[in-house]
Design a protein around this ligand. Sequence first.
Ligand code: F6P
Length: 750
Amino acid sequence: MKITIRLIVSLVLVVALAVFAFSLYQVNYEKSRLARDLERRSIILAESLQESIAPLIQSNAVGKLNRIVERFGNRERLKGIAVFDKQGNALTLTAHLRSQITQPFPQAVNSVAENRSIGSFMTIGEQKMYIYVIPIYSENAEIAGALTTFNDTSYINTRLREIWKDNVLRFFTLSLLVVLSTILVVRWSITGPIARLAEWMREFRTSKEERENPVVPIRGDILTPLISEVTQLAKSLSMARAKAEEEVRSRSKSDSVWTADSLKEFMKVELEDQKLFVVSNREPYMHVKEGRATKCIVPAGGLVTALDPVMRICDGIWLAHGSGDADREFVDAYNKVRVPPEEPAYTLKRVWLTKEQEDGYYYGFSNEGIWPLCHITHTRPIFRLEDWICYQKVNEFFAESLMEEITMEESPLVLIQDYHLALLPLLIKQRRPDAKVALFWHIPWPNPESFGICPWRQEILIGMLGADLLSFHIQFFCNNFLDTVDRFLESQIDWEQFSVKRSGHTTLVKPFPISVSYDQKKETEAASNDNTSIREYIMKEIGIQVKYLGVGVDRIDYTKGIPERFRAIERFLEKYPEFVEEFTFIELGAPSRDHIRKYRELMSEVEETVEKINWRYQTKTWKPIVYLKAHHSHEEIERYYRASNICMVTSLHDGMNLVAKEFIISRHDNDGVLILSQFAGASRELKDSIIVNPYDIEEMADSIKFALTLEPSERAERMQRMRNMVKEHNIYRWAGKLIAELSHVRLAGE
Ligand code: F6P
């Protein structure tokens, strides 16, 4: 629109200028034409009167002169006649001019003196007049006086005004035509084709057919050069895109590094922009009250760490329990909120549970039953019938809530997370057999004997086998699962394909080791922050100056081996006293599941252990363990990773443990040593860590000493190798491979 206005304004200005110049010329021309005409008529009249007037002047026949003057003195535009003597005094004069003429009359005086006719414009009274004076000669050719005619010129001004008026009218008519024709021409020839071109470009971007054969359907003189360029560009883009898609396809088959961008492209190719549905108990963003204010936190735990970056790229809907005490304040009428709050990229749909449901399903069956059942830490699982009933109902409830979202979706891809929702795969498939469902089990799967103590083992297995793809972190857990199914269910197990066939439905059982995100750009930015200054800052914060820092990051859970870790630190100081006042371990512990007695007991045990060890060793300016019991953000945790010489992950049993991988990926400086439990899934991949048995306190104490005294070159080599491994096997690769596997699943009847 702006261009149309600019065009119209400039065209109207040009028209105004042209009309003005033309009018000026026309007025001047007309003025001089009329003046000439007046002059000509004055001359004719004066000359025709000259002969009859000359003898009358000579004979001083004033009476006759008066009659002539009166006869001619008031005709049309002739306003009067006067006859002057040689001195310029009037011998006779039209009556109404008498009072308005000064005597001697200067023009008459001049004409007599110069012996020539003189014509001029002047104002007489209040009237503009053309005065023409000619000398009158006597018979002997001497000047006897002067004859003067007075003509009214006001008609000239009237005529000139008319010209101006006509031209102003012309200007407005022309301007109107200019405006209309500009709008039409701009619309037909410029904005219309450009809009159609933009529409086509959008089509080209989104429609596959258009991409395959890009032909610009717009014609137009002005756009011709542009259109041929755009066509070329579209063809090149199409080719580049096809190449990228091919690369994506081959990347999913090969092992090159996956990035957020390549996953995005991969999703476009594989899913053709189909939405992804993630279902989990834990939500990725939780709104909680803090005094009078509310804040949004990212809950601790591997599930969120891993899946949030994937959802940020893939968009879609993440369905989870809204467990934050301020969660309801932030959702819309459909219980949805776009997250992350600072840069919304996907939709979180919150499912509300009553306190009783949360008690029975989450605290009870999930975390007092399945959790200790699957983690071999010698914590006895508790199975209550009422918890099991509640667990089934809540799984139904999640299924209903998901159904609302996938009604309109054709063959939707659903990624269910973890042991809280073991029954969900079957519930979904019963309602939507066309859905492609994956269940990712984030915790270990025990051997059949251990799992077999669960009173509802068959129901759980049947529920899980509703999935098309069932995935664990490592092959060992897959094997345990298949052994368990073999032991407790009638089914067909294919040990070559790693699948289970039951009631006509096949479930593929495959390991997909989960990981963390890796961003080359972020790494380059972060690398510019010096780790030494971060370390100095942290030491100032805790009020301790030491040579070596260690870090542990955990949800306070009995599977994480936290007291064992502290006992190993105590033993280390006992065995290697040279490290007293030289080494401090910082534990970042996030309180977790604190309605469960075991967890409360653990929290007390952790605090007492720290207290005991610190009491034994601490000095005025130093203590061996700093226990920071709070929820920490990823950014805060990263500072501690970067400032520490060692990181200890001493889980008694763990599906994967992403703290280990987060520590590795945050060490841009290739420094730092990881001490890692052999019972964490991560130990299968991070072979350059110092692998320990967390039950063996002596071994752990020695490992701390070993880690702190490792040669810098060896530290760097180990770290570099682990970093390469995590960079390559990052979360984008995990998601890409898992989703590809799921989308290639062939449903019954396909
Ligand atoms: O890793 C197992 C797991 O249950 C995850 O699902 C979750 O992210 C984490 O532990 C935290 O547990 P919760 O959701 O009970 O706080």
